[in-house]
Design a protein around this ligand. Structure first.
Ligand code: FEO
Length: 578
């Protein structure tokens, strides 16, 4: 049975919004929120056919709601829910993914049924706690965990990190053989068809959605597919678009093929850790962000749930290996089995880095380091020791370690790309000359600096400057909207000592200003005492330009140290370097 509910009040404000409800399996109802006229999704999607947000209700002895919907459907969704569900009989709210298009009404559901237990991955629960700011009952689940609702509705959970956020899980109901996947296998496609009867109309949107949302994490797609291999699936209940019944195997096979094609050419780092141990989550997040800044993919592997085949395959095929020490399982016995498997799977062409987690019972780091070095892996950053609660400085150290590893892995590619530039063009572009500057920034406990030459005044009213910053520069994290920095202008007669200092390759977390005379600007960032002039700036906008960000900042104040001093000028011969 399919029911449609229109909301005329919404027609003008937000385009046409309708709610479709239907029984899709035994004791299972789909709520499809049809957003007919939405034309953009995040920054990456230009939508041609609107979208839908799908939510599901399973009634066993216990009742579970799977995901909610976008907040724009508040009126219709809650009207239907409150008429058709007894709030005292709603036991669980399963959150497969917390992006607001699926979690937009969680706060309202909790107000209506305050006793409901929110079920999700550890990361999802953390996201929700930050989003909702009120206490609620939780159940953290990951691969292998089950929840029996009774009446045959035995749910199994599958971790599917990075699809589309790190929080994602799938929920499988063995009683109805329905697999609930939220974003995965979805498409932004809105029509009255509940199921995938018309694949020829859907294919282009299905592919576009994969390319935008899933393709960047193709290896995670393959891992998730492997984890659901053993499930008998009659229906894939996605969070967007029609539900996949008639052609489900074909759709799933497309994901497998596209992802396999993608990973064949991809450089990636496998990051092994134990999710619920020590400060692993925080450290992993910072290292992974650093690696990703360099365009290298990251595959997170939780050693407490990954099977040995998965560990072996990833440890063997990754270009780089990062290991967060797992807990010792038995002080007198062999090391953690996943770590043993990893050590027998790596090879001498790989690079690596290690970190302690601060868990208190880590496998000792140095025997593992010695083994990896004996095999021939190149250590790109020194072992990161975590003795206390991580601080902002720890985050910066880990982020910079990730950048170093990514830059090491892409060094040959960068050289190759620069050689491909037409020689005439290369020389002509090289004739663009600039001044020489040092950008310095401080934010809380964090500080950083970089030499900049792609700098220009960019506006008169208000006064503003623009600086081009490579995406994989450590300082980039301190140059977001509202951040403040100092542009230090170097002097022609006196620039070399500062250039030499700031051109050094600093180890992760190193103080860039050690041995350099500085004093604080009004905005807190360091002014270099030997600069010719300084300008205090505040970031107003950022523009993504391929491998660089153009940072536009308004300028607040500035001074010149020597009125007759000349700015150092940088004359280049070619365009393939600064
Ligand atoms: Fe449909 Fe990632 O939210």
């Amino acid at each position: 049975m399919v029911a449609l509910i229109d909301s005329p009040r919404n027609l003008h404000a937000q385009g046409r919004l309708t709610l479709q409800t239907a029984e899709i399996a035994a004791e299972t109802t789909a709520f499809r929120c049809l957003d007919w006229d939405r034309d953009r999704f995040d920054i990456e999607f230009d939508l041609k056919n609107g979208t839908t947000y799908n939510s599901f209700l399973i009634r066993g002895d216990k009742t579970a709601l799977i995901d909610t919907t976008h907040a724009k459907f508040r009126e219709q969704y809650l009207a239907y829910a409150t008429e058709n569900i007894n709030p005292f009989e709603l036991d669980y709210l399963i959150v497969n993914h917390t992006e607001p298009d699926h979690s937009g009404l969680i706060k309202e559901i909790l107000a209506w049924a305050p006793h409901v237990v929110v079920v999700g991955s550890k990361v999802a629960i953390q996201f929700l706690e930050n989003m909702i700011h009120q206490p609620f009952e939780t159940m953290v689940v990951k691969s292998g965990h089950e929840l029996d609702l009774g009446q045959g509705h035995k749910l199994s959970f599958v971790s599917a990190p990075n699809l589309h956020w790190p929080d994602t899980i799938f929920t499988y109901d063995a009683g109805t053989r329905v697999l609930y996947t939220c974003d995965v296998f979805g498409m932004h496609y809105c029509d009255d068809f509940l199921f995938d009867e018309t694949p020829h109309l859907l294919e282009a949107d299905f592919r576009y959605y994969y390319d935008c949302l899933m393709g960047p994490n193709a290896r995670s797609v393959l891992m998730a597919l492997k984890r659901i291999d053993n499930f008998e699936v009659d229906l894939v209940a996605t969070g967007h678009g029609p539900l996949l019944r008639y052609h489900r195997q074909s759709w799933m096979e497309k994901y497998r093929q596209w992802s396999q094609n993608q990973v064949q050419t991809e450089t990636f780092v496998a990051l092994f850790y134990v999710e619920e141990y020590g400060y692993s989550d925080r450290i992993v997040k910072a290292i992974a962000e650093g690696i990703s800044k360099t365009g290298v993919a990251v595959e997170l592997v939780d050693m407490s749930v990954a099977d040995s085949h998965e560990v072996r395959e990833l440890a063997h095929s990754a270009a780089g290996i990062v290991v967060g020490m797992p807990p010792q399982l038995d002080q007198n016995a062999a090391m953690h089995p996943a770590l043993s498997t990893l050590l027998t799977s790596v090879n001498s062409k790989q690079s690596m880095g290690l970190f302690e987690t601060g868990g208190g019972h880590d496998e000792p780091i140095y025997p593992v380091r010695n083994r990896l070095q004996a095999i021939g892996l190149k250590e790109v950053f020194p072992p990161i020791a975590i003795k206390d609660t991580p601080s902002q400085s720890t985050d910066q150290l880990c982020y910079e370690a990730g950048i170093d590893l990514g830059q090491w892995l892409t060094r040959d590619k960068s050289v190759q790309q620069s050689k491909q530039i037409d020689a005439h063009l290369d020389r002509a572009l090289g004739r663009i000359s600039n001044g020489l500057y040092i950008v310095t920034a401080k934010k809380g406990d964090l500080s950083s600096a970089m030499i900049a030459s792609w700098v220009m005044q960019a506006s008169l009213e208000p006064l503003g400057v623009a600086i081009s910053v490579a995406k994989d520069r450590a300082i980039e994290m301190l140059l977001h909207g509202g951040d403040r920095f100092v542009l230090n202008v170097l002097e022609e007669a006196n620039y070399q000592p500062l250039m030499k200092h700031f051109l050094k390759r600093f180890p992760p977390g190193a103080d860039r200003f050690a041995g350099i005379d500085t004093y604080p600007a009004n905005n807190g960032s360091p002014i270099l005492a030997k600069a010719l002039a300084y300008i205090e700036c505040e970031v107003s906008n950022r523009y993504e330009c391929s491998d660089h960000m153009i940072v536009y900042a308004t300028v607040k104040t500035g001074r010149v140290a020597k009125r007759d001093g000349l700015t150092a000028v940088h004359h280049r011969k070619a365009s393939n370097h600064y």
